[in-house]
Design a protein around this ligand. Structure first.
Ligand SMILES: Cc1ncc(COP(=O)(O)O)c(C=O)c1O
Length: 429
């Protein structure tokens, strides 16, 4: 890949708009504590970005001109990104939708979209010479960081709630991370990771704190755009806990617009559980009360007591909540919160009708789409993309709850006949 220039300009605070030059080494805005957004010299980056699309380089670093990393790295040891976009006609048909797509990001190295963020953070760590990277995680960010760090020979320290799904913990351990399982929830793990990273000088990847995570996640939008023949979908539905995946999705489309490559933006809808709905509540409060968003510093993001079974989106206080709320409001998207039962049902439905196996959080977008369709908030011909953000293999207990149990039989034909009589195969249309 021929590009070697970095087009990143600096950092802008999403709350108070304070600006920091490229050499700023903080994570949050020094003036107000808000989250930072990375900006680029878009006109200059656009030409290199377009040229880079034709050079056959696979994975997310093909978008280097719009990434905050110093060199393109053809030798990046794992393929991150480049995941498939599937048309899901039979699934869409259930909700009367003719143009439903699934972006299957479970096909990343650690089986979640989080790898996009980890890849950029690890590249940044290499650029600044950091050797140990830490992260607070509900499970996936940790296993993702452990995976990408292992591939580069870097150390990782992961802070997770003790009750994170065993598969996610096992992944992190197998990748050689130091896993600190907290007797507490994700929000406590987050605060502890922050304090420990400051104390021990670790580079903290935590979502909604490190501005580089959003940059990695936005590459998911670039891929959707390319796979749709450089077209913009009508809406993208993103599972949301901290809100960073969603703000990353919005950033991707905004970058394409700023680079002059698209002339309209999609709606970005959040998909949450109604047992972890801080972002949805905030959007609804703003809309229902007619609150002004002229000054984002004045906008309070709700906190809740999260209890959802969709562990990846179980968050009390969303750490990138303001950016997510901005994205939904600015894009004209919907804030959707669905019951956990609908999420579990969606796991089985997505898997059985498409062959893509989502973990609960990753099935939430489909549950949200059905709710939107039921409320007539989505048109049958709207081109809608659901983000499948993590694999169902990460949470087998939920998958079993969603899909039921096998029929245990004796090893003879008579037992097969009895089982088939008892429960005939469903008719497939
Ligand atoms: C599979 C999956 N989906 C969705 C999310 C939500 O992302 P965010 O917390 O940035 O909103 C996560 C976060 O851990 C996740 O692991």
């Amino acid at each position: 890949m021929p590009v070697s220039r970095m087009f990143m300009n600096g950092y802008r605070c999403l709350a108070c708009s304070a600006y920091y030059e490229q050499d700023f080494s903080g994570f949050l805005c020094s003036a107000c504590g808000g989250n930072l957004d990375i900006s680029y010299d878009y006109p200059a980056a656009a030409r290199s970005f377009i040229d880079g699309l034709d050079d056959g380089f696979r994975g997310m670093f093909r978008y280097q001109p719009l990434l905050p990393v110093r060199e393109p790295d053809p030798s990046f040891p794992l393929l991150v990104g480049g995941t498939p976009l599937y048309q899901a006609s039979r699934l869409g048909g259930l909700a009367g939708l003719r143009k439903l797509y699934l972006k299957d990001d479970s096909r990343n190295p650690s089986a979640s979209l989080k790898d996009r963020a980890s890849a950029v953070v690890v590249r940044r760590a290499l650029d600044i010479g950091a050797k140990v990277i830490s992260a607070a995680s509900t499970g996936n960010a940790g296993s993702s960081l452990a995976c990408i760090a292992a591939a580069h020979g870097l150390q990782s320290v992961i802070f997770v709630p003790q009750n994170a799904p065993p598969a996610k913990l096992a992944q992190s351990l197998a990748f050689g991370a130091r896993v600190l399982a907290i007797r507490g929830n994700y929000d406590q793990a987050f605060d502890l990771c922050l304090a420990a990273s400051e104390e021990f000088g670790w580079f903290n990847r935590s979502t909604g704190f490190n501005p580089y995570t959003r940059e990695g996640k936005k590459t998911c939008a670039f891929e959707i755009w390319e796979d749709l023949g450089r077209k913009v979908p009508d809406r993208v539905v993103v599972p949301s806990g901290d809100g960073n995946m969603l703000s990353g999705m919005w950033k991707g489309w905004c970058d394409l617009e700023a680079a002059g490559l698209i002339d309209r933006l999609p709606k970005i809808d959040c998909a949450q559980s109604n047992a972890s709905d801080a972002i949805s509540r905030t959007v609804l409060r703003i809309r229902n009360n007619g609150e002004t968003t002229a000054d984002w510093q004045e906008v309070a993001v709700e906190a809740v007591h999260a209890t959802t079974l969709a562990d990846s989106i179980s968050v009390d206080r969303p750490r990138d909540g303001l950016a997510a709320v901005q994205a939904i409001i600015q894009s004209g998207g919907e804030a959707v919160a669905v019951p956990d039962e609908a999420i579990l049902h969606a796991v089985a439905e997505v898997a059985a009708l498409t062959g893509v196996f989502p973990e609960p959080a990753a099935a939430a977008p489909w549950a949200a789409v059905k709710q939107l369709a039921g409320d007539q908030l989505i048109e049958p011909d709207e081109l809608t993309v659901c983000i499948v953000s993590g694999s169902g293999l990460k949470d087998i207990a939920s998958a079993r709850d969603a899909a039921g149990q096998p029929c245990v039989i004796d090893p003879d034909l008579e037992s097969v006949r009895a089982a088939m009589d008892q429960q005939p195969l469903p008719l497939i249309g």
